[in-house]
Design a protein around this ligand. Structure first.
Ligand code: ADP
Length: 627
């Protein structure tokens, strides 16, 4: 446990270096846009300086810098609003809580704040490019910060960490050691495209000393600026030279995630449009994923220079969870949002990437079921929306990626797995919708299908039924709800004839029940599908009871109502009771009315809906008990 927090702390360096690299990117991009020729990319660098005596570690860059407002907004806001998460990270260094707090830091992308995991005071001196003023931001952590005017010779940012004193369980001094820093840069930031430099001590033979015969020459030490990283973009390195861990680290540092990605896709295409893409499927949904704040898109690079952070044209909505980048030398550096939309190259790339992602997901499903199920828990809903959208146009891409809970397997299955088990006699893919697996299990409508030995897909997501209605069928097998009114056609001709006869015999009774229930139901009929239950509600037309619930939960004036059919079980003793009462003349009819009400409300409750008039319902039950 302690170990995992311990290893987490070192990421502060990765975060600060990534910020510095971003600041250099921004300056370069700005110079391209403004045509400023005074900026040379070859001058860009990131410096690390460790001072053991002062116990300070300094990370500096000659990037775009920040003015006073930016210092306040970028570094100050978190100090105020995020101080809780931050305090937790400090208060509880050990145990579960401490780990959670560190995760919070990663999750909310408060990269800069990770500095406080190793420092008890942080001083940021920054001078925005093009400004003459420098400012100093200083903070000891949760208590807030100050910004004062300061001095700085050239544009850029310098961050000084006052490294914490060593504690019993944590050696902070190591973050001042060349050895540690060198390793951390290699581990986390090797791909950074600007030199990360550090003054290091080196040794050489003394120049003036004449080496004696057979003796090692006398040595002297001197300081030299060393570049610690290889600087080659990770996606340009030879594939065989890059390890999974390297991609994982790259992903975590660049995309602000605290967990390794579930899958990595790297692909290069040479041709009409040449490009390299490095894509990641995250292992969990970001905290804002299902909000409107979430922005899809891939980073767009033109020959190694980032020209756009979130190019949304590169991803279809249903794959909006994919993170990553595309680097193409065929794209213009000054490409704008407007021209992008019509860029044929880009559309081409997007089409290829979609295929690639689909292939990767299919492979994921096939070769790592457990991993895929967890992926599906996170992002499955997005795939389902994709199936529903555009009138089911993306069925070919998405339908075989969807999982459903199976009544038989008691776990998630694919549609292909369902179909593989269908017998000759089974015409439809059956499904039942409800709030939860447990509730669907109890639906009387499922008895009949289950008894026939057919498998039922359980739909528990709001979107599920809408989605199936939109796509209609899969590999020529139609979807059918167990609550569909016309399900009886599956019964044998014999059974159907029997029901018809019974309905004829009880015509008056059924009509009477319908009349007494009024608008509540469209029809009252005898059911071939019930075994143990006395009644159930089914629906006619395009809207099911589950869909009614979903639609009415949305903010709108009009209430939507499914066309309800009350089905009675002809074999149930309740049927006898109804018949007997109905035969008793006027007083009996009053009883039938009450029974009809009770049975209807029962069916309503079983369907997971609420009784419209619970007071009358309760009274009726009491009068039944006290009779
Ligand atoms: P993130 O990088 O996820 O946005 P951070 O907390 O790491 O969050 O940084 C907040 C912001 O502060 C950055 O987005 C950037 O605008 C600014 N910033 C941080 N470090 C630097 C730097 N070295 N140079 C310029 N701006 C920086």
């Amino acid at each position: 446990m302690i170990n995992s927090i311990y290893t987490h702390k070192e990421i502060f360096l990765r975060e600060l270096i990534s910020n510095a690299s971003d600041a250099l990117d921004k300056l370069y991009y700005q110079s391209l846009q403004s045509g400023d020729t005074g900026i040379k990319r070859s001058d860009f660098h990131i410096r690390i300086d460790a001072d053991k005596d002062a116990r300070t570690l300094t990370i500096s860059d000659n990037g775009i810098g920040m003015n006073r407002e930016e210092l306040e907004a970028n570094l100050g806001t978190i100090a105020r609003s995020g101080s809780m998460a931050f305090k937790e990270a400090h208060g509880e260094e050990n145990g579960e809580k401490g780990k959670k707090a560190v995760d919070i830091i990663g999750q909310f992308g408060v990269g800069f704040y990770s500095a406080f995991m190793v420092a008890d005071e942080v001083t940021v001196t920054s001078k925005a490019y093009g400004s003459d003023e420098a400012n100093v931001w200083n903070s000891r952590g949760a208590d807030g910060y100050t910004v004062t005017a300061g001095e700085k010779a050239s544009p850029g940012t310098e961050i000084v960490l006052h490294i914490k004193a060593d504690a019993e369980d944590e050696n902070y001094s190591k973050f001042l050691e060349e050895y540690t820093l060198r390793n951390l840069v290699k581990k986390y930031s090797d791909y950074i495209r600007y030199p990360i430099q550090m003054m290091v001590e080196k040794h050489r033979p003394k120049a003036d000393a004449e080496p004696e015969e057979g003796k090692a020459p006398e040595m002297e030490s001197y300081m030299e600026l060393d570049t610690l990283n290889t600087m080659e973009p990770i996606w340009k390195r030879q594939k065989s030279k890059v390890k999974t861990e390297d991609y994982n680290e790259y992903y975590k540092s660049k995309f602000g995630d605290y967990q390794d990605p579930a899958r990595v896709i790297r692909t290069s295409v040479e041709g009409v449009s040449s490009y390299t893409a490095l894509l990641f499927i995250p292992s969990h949904a970001p905290y804002d994923y299902y909000t409107k704040d979430y922005e899809k898109g891939l980073q767009l690079y033109s020959s190694g220079v980032m020209i756009m952070d979130k190019c949304k044209e590169l991803l279809p909505d249903y794959f909006n969870f994919v993170r990553g980048l595309v680097d193409s030398q065929d794209l213009s550096l000054n490409i704008s949002r407007e021209t992008l939309q019509h860029d044929r190259q880009l559309r081409n790339i997007a089409k290829n990437l979609e295929k690639k992602i689909k292939k990767e997901l299919a492979d994921f499903l096939k070769n790592d079921r457990e991993g895929y199920e967890s992926f599906f828990e996170n992002f499955g809903r997005q795939l389902k929306y994709g199936l529903y959208d555009d009138f089911g146009m993306h069925k070919d891409v998405l339908a075989d990626l969807i999982l459903f809970y199976s009544s038989m397997e008691k776990k998630m299955i694919t549609l292909d797995e369902y179909i593989a088990k269908m017998g000759e006699d089974q015409k439809y893919i059956y499904y039942a919708a409800g709030e939860s697996v447990e509730k669907i299990d109890m639906l009387p409508q499922t008895e009949f299908i289950r008894d026939k030995g057919y498998e039922i897909l359980y739909l528990t997501d709001e979107i599920d039924e809408f989605m199936l209605q939109m796509i209609r069928d899969y590999k020529e097998k139609e979807f059918k709800s167990v609550s569909a009114e016309d399900i009886a056609v599956e019964e044998s001709a014999d059974a159907q004839e029997k029901i018809k006869q019974a309905e004829e015999e009880n015509k008056d009774l059924l009509n009477f029940i319908k009349t007494s229930l009024g608008d509540k139901v469209t029809e009252v009929k005898l059911s071939p599908r019930l075994k143990d239950s006395a009644v159930c509600l089914t629906t006619k037309g395009g809207i099911s009871l589950e869909m009614e619930k979903v639609l009415n939960a949305m903010p709108q004036d009009q209430q939507i109502r499914a066309e309800r059919i009350l089905e009675l079980n002809p074999e149930h003793p309740v049927m006898e009771a109804l018949k007997n009462a109905f035969a008793q003349g006027d007083s009996g009819k009053e009883t039938v009315k009450t029974y009809a009400d009770l049975l209807y409300n029962q069916a309503v409750l079983i369907s997971g809906l609420s009784v419209e008039d619970p007071v009358t319902f309760a009274k009726e039950i009491c009068s039944l008990i006290t009779r």
